[in-house]
Design a protein around this ligand. Structure first.
Ligand code: PDD
Length: 285
């Protein structure tokens, strides 16, 4: 099935969508992106994704080629044209085409592309059984709070996990878990305390993370935002990840060792439930 995608203001069949080989996104990974989930044909947490997009653009000294209202209109039109009920809308802005030069072009012509992907987010089979992760060194750059398309290290981490027979990788720096290859990482202690790394340049400030932590706090679940070690994670009662494309997903194994009893734990299952409920209640059609 051919999708309709968005390229610089136009809606075109995917086979007809083109970006220049001189695009700085292609040559320098000079671009930023967002992934917003879609439930019941509507956008989830999208305003927060677009606010983070602005921050990422600002960090790279890039201006958006479209106002947020135009972006939202285009996202909704893509959802409608592709008849998307559940999945994600991917959005990418690069500094655009320019003759190859490390210096930024004086007058950039940014590229804005968007496309949809269908995905079973709520009835994700991994939610019932949980995923297994392996730990790998975090070899990414030092501005992980900026959501750039420079994703090779994350992609290598994910592939290393699959090659090892696991589902995903948790990245480790100075003995502490930073985050997953494309998600934030959490453990739940024996006393039911949810622990996740504090915000900083070492991790992406996940939108799902901020919503899940707020929902948890409203329900009197204690949160500790601090680094945790791999050993602490292996000894934890539960572990999970969050992202726009996974929501809350249980982690049941780390480096071949069971977390808790090796099945999704009650705190994780509850947080997934309340996140999905709140996402459905707040969708933007
Ligand atoms: N990834 N950490 C990293 C490194 C990520 O790439 C992501 C998201 C997250 C979670 O952020 P959010 O809750 O805002 O989705 C954390 C997206 C889904 C992706 O690259 O496909």
């Amino acid at each position: 099935m051919s999708r309709i995608v968005y390229v610089n203001g136009r809606f075109v069949p995917e086979a007809e969508a083109h970006v220049s080989i001189f695009d700085r996104g292609f040559l320098f990974a000079d671009g930023v992106y967002e992934v917003s989930s879609v439930l019941d044909g509507g956008l989830v947490d999208n305003a927060a994704h677009l606010a983070r997009l602005e921050r990422s653009l600002g960090a790279l000294g890039m201006a958006s080629p479209a106002a947020p209202e135009e972006i939202v209109r285009a996202q909704k039109e893509l959802i409608a044209r592709n008849d998307l009920d559940e999945g994600v809308v991917y959005l990418q802005i690069t500094r655009g085409p320019a003759d190859r030069d490390f210096a930024y072009p004086a007058v950039p012509r940014p590229t804005l592309v968007m496309f949809t992907q269908e995905k079973a987010l709520v009835d994700n089979p991994l939610a019932a059984h949980g995923i297994r992760v392996v730990t790998v060194p975090d070899v990414r750059w030092k501005h992980r709070d900026v959501k750039t398309v420079g994703l090779l290290a994350a992609s290598m981490a994910k592939q290393a996990a699959l090659d090892a027979g696991a589902d995903d990788a948790w990245m480790v720096e100075d003995g502490f878990v930073t985050e997953g290859s494309s998600n934030n990482a959490y453990i739940v202690t024996g006393d039911g305390v949810v622990v996740t790394r504090h915000l900083g340049r070492e991790i992406l400030h996940g939108i799902t993370r901020s919503v899940v932590l707020a929902l948890a706090r409203e329900r009197q679940i204690t949160i500790e935002e601090r680094p945790f070690t791999v050993q602490e994670a292996k000894d934890a009662a539960e572990a999970f990840i969050t992202s726009a494309s996974t929501f809350v997903l249980p982690v049941v194994g780390i480096d071949g060792e069971k977390v808790g009893d090796g099945t999704p734990g009650p705190v994780t299952r509850r947080l997934r439930e309340i996140y999905v409920e709140s996402a459905r209640a707040g969708i933007d059609r």
